[in-house]
Design a binder for this molecule. Structure first.
Ligand SMILES: [Zn+2]
Length: 264
């Protein structure tokens, strides 16, 4: 049930009966030479849309305007100012809730959003709202051991950037979007050790210092069939999350208790 495809009677019924809206969050970011900029949002959106067919909920359009400052040196990135990134997501959540959805699920498909979304989630306690936000960190994390094993059997790994794993997934999520003939980097693409001398000290450019093409591993090994097989596992895991969220009443209670405790 994609928000943008619904009519008012369908939309109002879903808002009333299901109460959940999923926001698939990614970014616009270079994914090697051969993959679409919207890869992360497109995969998260596909998983959410397919899961919604099994466990009804409304899925917001792919949300691209998150944290991607580190890729601004490459073409295709859109990174808004910090303040605006937070405010925009806050306003979107408020608008979704105003439309009747009291459980909003932020479904993250971009590793670079992790800290931003953690902060967004916690800092939302700074104001009183009539809805609860749930964050699912990355579709590849938090799977059962069995699911992780299955993914590894299919593709050899559970996560990479613009390599075999992610390339396969976007081939399945958005068929025709990968142009493998444009991929020219020698494989395997190994991390460069330009900042190894700093040990645990972090800097502004750490990930890209390892992978200057924004690409890892062996992109040419990606196939749509692998992507489809992996998507099934991620979709089932997401359906499980949706069931748990639908059944949850404790989060709203904890939030009310928190608001009460804030009053002095
Ligand atoms: Zn990605």
């Amino acid at each position: 049930m994609q928000w943008e495809l619904l009519t008012p009677p369908e939309f109002d019924r879903l808002a009333k009966e299901e109460q959940i809206c999923v926001v698939p969050i990614g970014c616009l970011e270079r994914h090697g030479e051969h993959m679409p900029f919207g890869t992360d949002s497109l995969i998260a959106h596909k998983i959410a849309v397919e899961a919604a067919k099994k466990e009804p909920c409304v899925v917001f359009p792919p949300y691209h305007f998150a944290q991607i400052h580190e890729a601004r040196c490459y073409s295709g990135a859109i990174a808004l100012p910090q303040r605006l990134t937070l405010e925009l997501l806050e306003c979107i959540c408020d608008e979704i809730a105003r439309n009747g959805f009291k459980k909003i699920v932020l479904f993250n498909g971009h590793g670079g959003n992790s800290s931003f979304l953690d902060y967004f989630l916690k800092s939302n306690l700074g104001r009183e709202v009539d809805y609860t936000i749930y964050l699912i960190p990355m579709y590849s994390s938090g799977l059962s051991e069995e699911e992780t094993e299955k993914i590894k059997e299919i593709c050899g790994k559970n996560g990479d950037h613009a390599g075999e794993w992610e390339g396969s997934l976007v081939m399945a999520a958005a068929p025709g979007s990968v142009k493998m003939e444009q991929h020219t980097y020698a494989e395997p693409i190994q991390p460069q050790g330009r900042l190894n001398h700093l040990g645990r000290v972090r800097t502004l450019r750490e990930w890209n210092a390892k992978y200057p093409y924004n690409t890892t591993g062996c992109p040419s090994k990606a196939t749509q069939a692998q992507g489809e097989a992996m998507l099934e596992i991620y979709i089932d895991a997401f359906v499980r999350d949706l069931k748990a969220i639908k059944a949850d009443t404790e989060t709203a209670k904890l939030q009310s208790e928190f608001y009460e405790g804030m009053k002095r």
